[in-house]
Design a binder for this molecule. Structure first.
Ligand code: PSU
Ligand code: MN
Length: 332
């Protein structure tokens, strides 16, 4: 159709159309290692970058991002950290690029969710991609498995403020499997699970008997989900059926934090309440809420929450890589 149209256009216009098509592809740049792995259908795990730009302080952000990539490699997959540098969407940031992104002053790096992508690209700005934006890019380039710490969700007053993360609607429309430790208890977990159900997202726990869903810092949110996956192999079988059924929605695999790194439920809840009150009294709103709360909780717990955060991301990267590797085996 497009070709036929081109034939009807005068010659310079054809060139213009061609050039704009070309440009469209230039926006996304794949690291050669990632490109090769995808071509050879080897396991690849996508990783987000908002966690680097807005989720953790320096230097923990860079150290963690590199350690997470290493976990992916050690468990049989190629890591592809996704982020935006000067308007170019990179799939597989190099160590230097990752450091550049992490070291940028906050006012020069945008927290990019779905709505922000076209603007940031058009202005040649830099940004960390949220779960939603990372899913979009991962799907574009054919990556099926994505690991992160926690997804966004319905905020505790979300039923009034309508502060509901775009991660949830993205999960409803983009077929990528997100391996995470659920959503933070800074959010409203029961309402988040309800929202995901409405969006048609298959949510399962991982190695959590009874389908107990994690709440990030601790292993048990008090909520259960209908399915529990006992192993990476079982998860890969789920992913295969999901692919064969051509589901156009995402998957959430909730992995509880390893026991030894789990926070004390009472203490963390107290810190969350305090941080939430601070956010309210300082008038923090919109996309600033999550980064503010993360930093405040880390401060209140004297860095203990950050330690838990790092441990669970590494563990999720390990599980995601094992699932991606197993998926390649079952699909072979
Ligand atoms: N949860 C975390 N750390 C994070 C985030 C979530 O434990 O850094 C980030 C993720 O990138 C997630 C985003 O996609 O926050 C959600 O932000 P919002 O609620 O504004 O959609
Ligand atoms: Mn929000």
């Amino acid at each position: 159709m497009l070709l036929r149209r081109c034939f009807l256009l005068p010659f310079p216009a054809v060139r213009l159309v061609r050039r704009s098509l070309h440009r469209q592809h230039d926006h996304i740049v794949l690291h050669p290692e990632v490109r090769q792995a995808l071509q050879l259908q080897k396991p690849v795990v996508a990783l987000e970058s908002t966690i680097i730009t807005h989720g953790m302080p320096m230097p923990e952000n860079v150290v963690t991002a590199l350690a997470v990539e290493e976990q992916v490699r050690q468990n049989g997959a190629i890591p592809a950290t996704i982020g935006i540098l000067d308007g170019r969407i990179k799939v597989g940031l190099t160590r230097e690029e990752l450091t550049t992104l992490a070291e940028k002053p906050r006012d020069q790096v945008i927290k990019c969710s779905r709505r922000d992508l076209p603007f940031v690209v058009s202005r040649r700005q830099s940004g960390g991609t949220t779960v939603a934006a990372t899913m979009i890019i991962a799907h574009r380039v054919g990556i099926r498995v994505f690991a992160t710490g926690g997804i966004g969700g319905v905020h505790r007053d979300g039923h009034e403020s309508l502060d509901v993360s775009a991660d949830l609607t993205e999960l409803g429309r983009t077929p990528v499997a997100v391996v995470c430790s659920g959503v933070k208890s800074i959010l409203d977990i029961p309402r988040t699970l309800e929202f995901l159900e409405t969006q048609g997202v298959c949510v399962a726990s991982f190695d959590s008997p009874g389908g107990v869903f994690p709440d990030f810092y601790t292993r048990d949110s008090g909520c259960t989900v209908p399915y529990n996956l006992k192993s990476a192999q079982e998860a890969a079988e789920l992913l295969r059926s999901w692919q064969e059924l051509k589901m156009e929605s995402g998957l959430v695999i909730g992995v509880p934090i390893p026991e030894e790194f789990a926070a004390d439920k009472f203490k963390i809840e107290k810190a969350i309440k305090e941080a939430t009150a601070q956010a309210k009294s300082q008038g923090i709103s919109g996309k600033e809420v999550t980064p503010f709360l993360l930093a405040a909780i880390a401060k209140i717990t004297k860095g203990r929450s950050l330690k838990s955060n790092i441990a669970l991301i590494k563990n999720n990267a390990k599980v995601a890589a094992q699932i991606a590797a197993s998926l390649c085996d079952v699909s072979a």
